[in-house]
Design a protein around this ligand. Structure first.
Ligand code: ADP
Ligand code: MG
Ligand code: ZN
Length: 476
């Protein structure tokens, strides 16, 4: 029997608002425990929550970017459960009337594009954090995160493979970062996901029973956790067993999912409309003004890069993964750099240098105009592509212009044929043995001659002229 997996993701994205969703406390990450709290977010009796308008706007922005319809009427609901990190005993979330519904995004893996439905996007508040390490026989609770605004983005069960699940999550992250509504920082928990996984015999219409894997915080783990879970479920059903509907926890150290609790049903949470918060009526004019303010999204930008700059799909896709990189690319092209060369330098040397230092492109001292300047020096023959590598390194490190570096270090390419010829003759006069072997058919030796001339010219001989000249001399 062959099985196929059915996967739906619930992604939690922390919104980039300065303050919490129902009070004015700061959302800054990493402050001392319980320093960012007030009577509202620690759930004192008698307080009243007030919705942070930015969090509503961010949710609508996201919904529009993900092709959702924006609800004209939306409400908050209380999700009741008991846990020490939840001081009110309920989480303010949305249930019957989420702010966004019926959207979709497209993902591409192995050159196949698939549409993944977005069931809903709703707003909710985050809970606090229990701390068990270093507390002896006690546990501590840090409520700084309590009330931080989250969006929960729920997908349809449209995903069929672990790889597609990871790609879907990457795509979400890219879009959220383009929209500047979430920093997508998975190490700090700004983006995390629960994966719902079931299996069914290929050809069967009905879905199998699903398990929900909680708390996955990296793309690699999404893939690994789902892979493991599919294997586990297939082995359960092939042995004649039944998959239990339950919540499981991904253990990244062991590489397995473990049963945490039987899955709660919605009624276990006793959802009801939150009487402290008024319903949200969204004005169509406001929605339209938010729509008009959306940036060009990654998919559209990618298509434009292919059409306008003639870039291969792969390049366009890589350059548009991050808006800041796409902008950097365009600035460099606008400054006169040839598009494909700019793309190559960004995807090669620049990315490598940034990765080595763990820097983002925004922290880079090299400016797009400077890369364009260097590419012009290559294109007009002032420096060779090989010398450019050293110039680039210097430029990247010091932030100086390529022309200054080239002048100061005397790196101008030798394109004077008589000068190259002199160096060639000099080498050939000392290489009788090699010349004979070359003429006897050992053509690999051309590299040897090139290397020797480059050595005496400190790499500055125009490679094309050198090659032509050598071939001419060696064949005569
Ligand atoms: P909750 O998990 O909060 O009860 P839902 O029942 O709406 O919420 O389902 C959440 C997620 O589970 C959605 O992303 C949905 O696509 C996915 N899902 C639902 N049924 C299945 C299934 N049989 N197999 C895999 N995923 C599923
Ligand atoms: Mg769930
Ligand atoms: Zn507060």
């Amino acid at each position: 029997m062959r099985y196929e997996a059915v996967i739906g993701l619930e992604v939690h994205a922390q919104m980039l608002t300065k303050t919490k969703i129902f009070c004015g406390c700061s959302t800054t990450f990493g402050s001392g425990p319980n320093t960012q709290t007030c009577p509202v977010c620690i759930g004192m009796p008698g307080v009243l929550p007030v919705l942070n308008q930015k969090s509503l706007e961010f949710s609508i922005r996201t919904g529009l970017a993900m092709n959702c319809s924006i609800s004209p009427y939306s409400r908050f609901a209380r999700k009741n459960y008991f846990y020490p990190d939840l001081p009110k005993g309920y989480q303010i979330s949305q249930y019957e009337h989420p702010i966004c519904e019926h959207g979709h995004i497209d993902i591409t893996t192995d050159s196949v594009t698939k549409r993944i439905g977005i069931t809903r996007i709703h707003m909710e508040e985050d809970a606090g954090k229990n701390i068990h390490e270093g507390a002896g026989s006690y546990s501590f609770v840090d409520l700084n995160r309590t009330g931080v605004p989250l969006m929960e983005i729920v997908s349809e069960p449209d995903i069929r493979s672990p790889k597609d699940a990871a790609e879907y999550m990457k795509r979400l992250r890219t879009i959220l970062r383009y929209l500047e509504v979430c920093d997508g920082n998975m190490d700090q928990g700004s983006l995390r996901c629960d994966a719902n996984v079931s299996v069914r015999p290929v050809g069967q219409k009905e879905f199998g029973t699903r398990a929900e894997i909680k708390n996955i915080n990296s793309f690699r783990f999404v893939e690994k956790a789902i892979e493991y879970e599919i294997r586990r479920q297939i082995s359960v059903v092939s042995d004649g067993g039944k998959v239990v509907q339950e919540t499981r926890l991904w253990d990244s150290a062991k590489g397995i999912t473990e049963s945490m609790r039987s899955k709660e049903e919605a009624h276990d949470y006793r959802y009801f409309p939150d009487p402290d918060l008024v319903p949200i009526i969204t004005e169509p004019t406001w929605i339209e003004s938010i729509r008009a303010s959306l940036p060009e999204l990654p998919e559209a930008k990618k298509k434009r890069f292919i059409a306008d700059y003639g870039l291969p799909e792969q390049d366009a896709s890589q350059l548009t993964d991050e808006r800041a990189i796409a902008d950097w690319f365009e600035a460099s092209v606008t400054a006169g750099g040839q598009a494909k060369s700019v793309a190559n330098w960004i995807m090669g040397d620049l990315m490598r240098s940034l990765n080595d230092e763990n820097k983002t492109i925004g922290e880079c001292s090299l400016k797009p105009e400077q890369l364009a300047g260097m590419i012009k020096l290559i294109d007009n023959g002032t420096i060779s592509g090989k010398i450019a590598k050293t110039v680039f390194e210097d430029m990247y490190r010091t932030g100086r212009d390529a022309a200054d570096i080239v002048n100061e270090k005397g790196l101008v390419q030798i394109s004077d044929s008589s000068e190259i010829e002199k160096a060639v003759d000099d080498i050939l006069s000392r290489s009788q043995g090699e010349i004979e072997r070359y003429r006897a058919g050992d053509e690999k030796l051309l590299g040897f001659f090139v290397g020797q001339v480059m050595k005496t010219t400190k790499g500055k001989a125009n490679p094309q002229m050198l090659n032509e000249l050598l071939k001419k001399k060696l064949s005569s």
